[in-house]
Design a protein around this ligand. Structure first.
Ligand SMILES: Nc1nc2c(ncn2[C@@H]2O[C@H](COP(=O)(O)OP(=O)(O)O)[C@@H](O)[C@H]2O)c(=O)[nH]1
Ligand SMILES: [Mg+2]
Length: 243
């Protein structure tokens, strides 16, 4: 159900998916996602936001776009998850943005999120740690999520249960939040959720089931220094400078 209406209005939803070195699963993930969205009750498009890939990701994406007119891609050179997400959000003109990941493609979350947005939420966060969530990632990554949540709670006053991963929101309402964010890479997603709460937007969490199609492309240990640096910067900007 991705045909656009007679007018030139954008689809109701843009699904923004940051991708980096995903040649192995990109084709199958998008094929599966477009198929799962065939009976989706809202109009949609998929925007792949790629940066810095050194494998055949862009080549695979180009072939996909030829086959699926509802899929498009933007590219830049520096590998950076946060920048990719931000660029995708700013680029689209759909009223609703859903942020997904290529190893998840969780249409069940899209349904749950649309219900919450229609009930009045501004931002819906898919949480891996609620009672009804199911997190099939290895124990050390589940622990890492808890540790990050704890640091965000202590240093930034975060009161929720997850910030990284699946999200859906009303784009225009949340643009001011995106524009206030000062960190990129992994921590952009956390800053976005925390700021939305601090700016009194209605943030709702829904439980998600996380069954990844593969392990992360960048090892957890390599991400730690940047995450700690990001938390320190956010502490300074948000808690000390109150910006
Ligand atoms: N554009 C872009 N996407 C990235 C980058 N790093 C990870 N991603 C994408 O972000 C999503 C989640 O990455 P993943 O490696 O599974 O890490 P996880 O979120 O910790 O599980 C996937 O769609 C990746 O392709 C990056 O540097 N740039
Ligand atoms: Mg993953």
């Amino acid at each position: 159900m991705h045909e656009e209406t007679e007018s030139d209005s954008p689809p109701k939803i843009t699904i923004v998916i940051p991708i980096y070195n995903e040649e192995a699963i990109l084709q199958a993930s998008i094929a599966g996602l477009t198929e799962a969205l065939e009976d989706f009750p809202w109009t949609w498009r998929i925007l792949l936001s790629e940066n810095g890939s050194t494998d055949r990701t862009r080549e695979v994406a180009a072939k996909l776009i030829g086959k699926h007119p509802e899929v498009s891609i933007i590219h830049s050179d520096e590998p950076n998850y946060g920048k990719a997400l931000r660029r995708g959000i700013l680029q689209t003109d759909s009223p609703i943005v859903i942020c997904d990941e290529i190893d998840l493609c969780d249409v069940d979350f899209y349904h749950k999120a649309m219900v919450e947005l229609e009930k009045g939420a501004d931002l819906v966060v898919g949480s891996k740690t609620l009672d009804r969530s199911l997190d099939k990632r290895p124990a050390f990554r589940r622990l890492a999520t808890q540790v990050i949540n704890f640091l965000l709670w202590v240093f930034l006053g975060f009161e929720g249960t997850d910030t990284h991963g699946l999200k859906a929101f009303k784009r225009e309402r949340l643009l001011s939040v995106v524009n206030k964010c000062v960190v990129d890479r992994d921590l952009f997603a956390s800053e976005f959720v925390i700021r939305a709460g601090r700016m009194s937007f209605r943030v709702v969490e829904v439980p998600v089931e996380v069954i990844e199609k593969r392990a992360p492309s960048i090892a957890l240990t390599r991400r730690v220094p940047n995450v700690l640096k990001g938390i320190a910067k956010l502490f300074w900007v948000i808690r000390v400078k109150n910006r």
